[in-house]
Design a protein. Structure first.
Length: 268
């Protein structure tokens, strides 16, 4: 991750928690402890945050807490070609008349461009996905009650949701912080709590994860591989990760990033 992006992530994390630790920032950014400590020192000198023992804190923390993880605006610029190809492959699985759940995330968000011509009922906790579909499609859109977390563009509630518990979906499309032998991983307990409630409302769980997510790690396990029907990723997936999914009985769909690039060139 480029230094500018790391600084944005660090500042967003500091605004989200009373104190953000070096270890948490290493996990979110994928950077070394030495790099994060240098970044914190630099931001402290600039007066953008306050360096504390073992981490950092915001100069003026907001009244509302935030979520662990990179801001939506940062994530949407990372591996964008892969995300667009993965999202197209995911949208191809949707048939007219089906109810679906789309969880908040920058890869799942890319699905919206391919759903404008379909007729599906969408439940989403993504403010960005809901807003796009409301303005650019005729698809029914249902959102849960809760708090809008601006940095991640999602709507979450610590109390669960009555609407979500009554929405049945053929498929749920979900992103993740990481994926490994233990299953899907997420960075924030609030996100895990919200997603656990939604997973149970869908027949099939479809994971949208570019190949970098197979090396991503977090201390929070959302669900095991046995709950996943399919993983959609790009051609950068390693052989050992293919084998891991095959052994677990998870269907693997590799999106064609070359075709996606060709389409983008044709539009340009």
């Amino acid at each position: 991750m480029h230094e500018t992006e790391r600084h944005r992530v660090i500042l967003a994390a500091a605004q989200s928690h009373p104190v953000v630790t070096v270890a948490e920032l290493c996990e979110v950014t994928g950077s070394s402890e030495a790099t994060i400590r240098r970044d914190i020192a630099s931001l402290d000198e600039q007066g953008k945050l306050r360096r504390v023992r073992g981490g950092a804190e915001a100069i003026n923390p907001p009244a509302q807490g935030g979520l662990v993880g990179r801001p939506f605006s940062v994530n949407e610029t990372i591996n964008i070609a892969q995300k667009r190809a993965i999202a197209r492959a995911a949208a191809d699985l949707c048939s007219d008349g089906e109810p679906i759940i789309i969880n908040g995330g920058t890869t799942t968000y890319q699905m919206v461009h391919h759903l404008t011509t379909k007729r599906v009922s969408v439940f989403t906790n993504s403010f960005a996905i809901a807003e796009f579909l409301i303005h650019n499609s005729r698809n029914p859109v249902v959102i849960p009650g809760g708090t809008v977390y601006r940095e991640q563009n999602v709507i979450l509630s610590p109390f669960g949701g009555v609407v979500a518990s009554h929405f049945y979906a053929k498929r749920m499309f979900i992103g993740c912080q990481g994926i490994g032998a233990h299953g899907l991983m997420e960075a924030d307990p609030m996100v895990v709590q919200s997603e656990l409630g939604l997973i149970g409302q869908a027949d099939e769980l479809i994971v949208l994860a570019d190949s970098s997510k197979f090396t991503g790690r977090s201390s929070l396990i959302l669900c095991g591989l046995d709950r996943i029907a399919a993983v959609i990723t790009d051609s950068g997936i390693r052989d050992e990760d293919r084998q891991m999914l095959e052994t677990a009985g998870v269907r693997l769909i590799v999106a064609d990033t070359t075709a996606q690039a060709d389409r983008q060139s044709a539009v340009a």
